[in-house]
Write a protein that binds this ligand. Structure first.
Ligand SMILES: C[S@@+](CC[C@H](N)C(=O)[O-])C[C@H]1O[C@@H](n2cnc3c(N)ncnc32)[C@H](O)[C@@H]1O
Length: 293
């Protein structure tokens, strides 16, 4: 599989958006009602995921069961959207989605788009492909995000945002979901410093990362297979953090931790009692943090 954006491919983001499309169409109830995901797929893939017979298939990658990872990804996006809703209720009107990929928040959340300006940060080639898919879609987005093309490894994220209408003097909320594991530790640290510098006091960030914790044999084997799969696709997993070290990173650059949740917390909040057994059982952490004054 090509890297996201290469030769018109969605790369690893393809699995994510196909999974969300099928989940929104067939799951009862979906953890995240991503009704726009299907429109970001090409015509043939749309027909495939709409077929009820496909309902269970997006969780397979060859013989690898991606459902724990899909659950973590979709649950994390729901966690982020719930936090953004809270921020909007508190009067925040700028939302920056880092590593947005084929996130559809801006396209479908008409209930929040009035007065909320959404910025999406990702590779320029990924954004070009996404814009093409939106332009060809058989649905009208409620709003379009402002696209801010950035490579976290080589470009300063703040240069891109400062060139847009983003106003660092006003409060904002940032989300950074399902992306940090694909970045080097140095790019993550540098970007966290930049985010803190761009935030007015009381701004918030919600993110997830892959954590270094004791693993069961089953978890070790799962993560090893996953690493092999994503490396083959050209988007290897590059970083994991000790939870205490990640908290220290955030507090050192000026954040106060509001919540530091585990994949088990995510399960209890959004997945418990589901008939389809979806469970985000991949070791991960989710954080909500607030910029100190
Ligand atoms: C697994 S996708 C997740 C996308 C989206 N957040 C979601 O949850 O569906 C990871 C995203 O990170 C982006 N990404 C990875 N490395 C990047 C980099 N160095 N600079 C900018 N974006 C990057 C990819 O293009 C992709 O959109």
């Amino acid at each position: 599989m090509a890297k996201t954006g290469d030769e018109g491919s969605l790369g690893t983001a393809e699995g994510a958006v196909m999974g969300r499309a099928a989940h929104a169409l067939h799951a009862d109830p979906p953890v995240l009602a991503d009704t726009w995901a299907v429109y970001l797929l090409d015509e043939d893939t749309q027909a495939l995921v709409r077929d009820p017979a496909y309902a269970d298939k997006p969780m397979e990658w060859g013989d690898f069961d991606t459902s724990p990872l899909f659950a973590l990804n979709v649950g994390s996006l729901r966690y982020a959207e719930d936090e953004v809703e809270r921020c909007v209720r508190d009067g925040i009107d700028q939302y920056v989605i880092l590593g947005a990929g084929f996130d559809t928040f801006a396209l479908r959340r008409g209930d929040l788009s009035d007065g909320l300006r959404v910025y999406e940060v990702d590779h320029p080639d990924v954004q070009a492909l996404k814009r093409e898919r939106i332009a060809r879609a058989k649905a009208t987005p409620v709003a379009l995000p402002t696209f801010v093309p950035v490579d976290f490894e080589s470009t300063r994220m703040s240069d891109g945002l400062e060139a847009s209408h983003f106003d660092p003097r006003r409060s904002s909320v940032f989300s950074w979901m399902n992306t940090i594991p694909y970045l080097s530790e140095s790019a993550t640290k540098a970007t966290l410093r930049e985010i803190a510098a761009l935030m007015a006091p009381a701004s918030r960030i919600v993110l997830n990362y892959s954590c270094i914790v004791p693993l069961s044999d089953e978890q070790s084997a799962y993560l090893q297979t996953l690493q092999g799969k994503v490396s083959q696709s050209g988007e290897p997993l590059k970083s994991r953090f000790e939870p205490q070290a990640f908290e220290a990173l955030l507090t050192d650059v000026g954040f106060a931790i509001i919540e530091h949740a585990t994949e088990q917390d995510l399960y209890l909040r959004y997945f418990q009692g589901r008939a389809d057994g979806l469970n985000p059982s991949v070791p991960a952490r989710l954080i909500v943090a607030e910029r100190r004054s």
